[in-house]
Design a protein around this ligand. Sequence first.
Ligand code: SAM
Length: 191
Amino acid sequence: MNMQPILSFAHSLINKAVSEGDSVIDATVGNGHDTVFLAKLVGESGHVFGFDVQETAIQNTTKRLQAEKVDHRVTLFHKGHETILDSIPETAHSTITGAIFNLGYLPHSDKNITTKPNTTIMAIEQILQMMQAGGIIVLVVYHGHEEGVIEKEQVLEYVQHLDQQVAHVLQYGFINQKNNPPFVIAIEKRK
Ligand code: SAM
């Protein structure tokens, strides 16, 4: 396929906004796939702040980071991403240039523990406040479950009304695929 798949598109946007030495946020670490990607992207002099409400997710991510020998580049918080502004040290706020969310539930885990529209929106607001101009927030929206449909609608409603003087907002996804395929929302803070 010549068109870029969803996850590779999400990563390519982050790649453009983030340079070595920057700080970034993984707002939903889960099994740590994106956390490892981000830790490699920011390099030895950069830093990743990762969040998840599940102990299993923090443990799985820690193991994955250790296996890749990048665990020292990451601070993990066993907390909801709605605490981002208070959890990340204030000195690091102005160094944030990117953030990733994978909405929904952890695969092969408790499907009742899923991201929620109000806390997702709170986290986006907090990141927009601290992030550098030119920085990008990427959300991969999974909406094949009941909670996911509600979250998709509310998050879309929120981002569609972000002031265009404050942020560029993009939606990217395949519209003829069956079974509610995930799609990307990207928010770039304007300079
Ligand atoms: N990116 C992950 C990976 O590479 O494996 C997958 C993330 S999974 C789709 C969504 C994760 O969000 C789950 O691990 C879940 O525990 C977490 N989550 C749910 N509510 C959250 C919240 N308020 N703050 C942070 N994480 C949350």
